[in-house]
Design a protein around this ligand. Sequence first.
Ligand code: ZN
Length: 335
Amino acid sequence: MTGATPRPPRRSALLRATTVVAAAVPLCTAGWFGWQALDRSGPAGATAAASAPPTAPSSPGATGTADPGATPLTPPVAPPPTSDTPAPEPSTAPSTQAPTAAPTPTAAAAANSLAGRTVVLDPGHNPGNVAHTAEINRQVDIGNARKECDTTGTETNAGYTEADYTLDVSRRARAVLAARGAKVVLVQDGDRPWGPCIDERARAGADAHADAAVSVHGDGGPASGSGFHVIMPARVVAGKADNSAIVEPSHRLGLLLRDRFHAATGEPYADYIADQGLDTRSDLGGLNLSTVPKVFIECGNMRNPTDAKRMTDPQWRQQAAQGIADALTAFLTAQ
Ligand code: ZN
């Protein structure tokens, strides 16, 4: 949700290793870009975040234009790009899996299995953000820091934007969930010129009295990296943020989303960020300020040719939507 606004080529120590990719392209700070810019401490940092402001966005206001990534850190992709990755590789070729749909969720997907339930889908960014930089660069309070209202997000090399992707997948997921009886609220539906800001996106769950929320994104990582990952909330109790109550259910939702999305799409776990497709963060307003169970999904790396090809394919996007809907269905029907 917090993709970076387009920025001029920049030569920092950080970007030296990935100049080709990073310098010319807008990146999505919710994923790899934000990850490298912020603390990678995961759960450990999560605990710390409970009382102390995150160390990472130490330059919250400094980089008004977006990327906290201005701070050089070591590139997350280790020098040997295809070294020994933990495990995601095998899953790269689940050609055995029918891409159509995962069989498992079917049981839970009866016509009215979600009757009476409300789901919020948060399509990251907004196709109109690019024309409203002043509005989206405004700083908003996310409890433990201040951050840009919203960002433009990333895009594929061919120019398919993350904002278009997230909106399309969210609409497809809405259709699947609605067919199961759920009330589905989209935070934005291509019906507003820009935004909303991340704090408003976070509030949407409570405003809709939702049972769960998912924020949909595509990442802008290094071209050599591929795969998807799910971002779950660290506990943040700071300023106006107190997400204590949603940490545990959000982690349950995150695990389900990781598994169901993988089953529906065959997309491997990210090999350039996160661990087994899962990350935990305390720097995202959409998670810090949410009061209903919520997770983000970075469906793939739009800067990677293989992922870009998939994400540009409407059939694959339908599978992505199916995976998201199946995860929400499993989460809600298990409660
Ligand atoms: Zn994004």
